[in-house]
Design a protein around this ligand. Sequence first.
Ligand SMILES: *Cc1c(COP(=O)(O)O)cnc(C)c1O
Length: 232
Amino acid sequence: MSPTTLSSNLNKINQRITNACQKINKNISDILLLAVSKTHSANAVNFAYNLGLRHFGENYLQEALVKIKQLPSDITWHFIGHIQSNKTKEISEHFSWVHTVDRLKILKRLAAQRPSHLPPLNICFEVNINLQAQKSGFPMNDLSELIKCIQWLKEERRLKLRGLMCLPKLTDNLEIQRRNFQTLHNLLIKLNQTHNLTMDTLSMGVSHDLESAIYEGSTIVRIGTALFGKRK
Ligand SMILES: *Cc1c(COP(=O)(O)O)cnc(C)c1O
């Protein structure tokens, strides 16, 4: 992708975010644009960096490590892929955020492996809103393990609980999009109240549904295709 195309894509996304924020009287600075760079080259990430983007999301550890080594050190890297337990050490060492924690075992490993010279690792719990089979995330109809994670985190200093993340089934139906995101927002409010937490992050919305996500309170939209084009 040429820098010109990337620049024009970024303008379009920023316009979409601005329009959505205006509709609900929200400040655009309250929304973080996370550029999802999986399958795209370090070169493409560097173009995006030169356009001012500083937050990038990656799904595959080995691919991410190659880019992290080559790219400027003031990039904030977010891990947004499914987490296998043998990958937690490098995730904990090289990322600032993990959006896809979905079991206690992973949480414990990330905490134990977070290097002490780094600030706490920012954590979001992934919730499987639509109970899709073969999908990651705590199932929305049984949050017992998620509650265990919350309780375990109270004593933990190497991790900082930031919020919730979801990737609902893609649909063109705007009402269904909004209902899914509203479900996640309501869960965040309820968990904050019940467990006396201060979670401030809703990681929701992709290229296809970022407006609905923003209307329902998203604070991080994760945008791949609309920015970098089709995945390789
Ligand atoms: C790939 C991916 C995205 C980006 O999706 P687009 O439709 O390309 O914007 C966002 N979130 C997660 C978890 C992803 O895996």
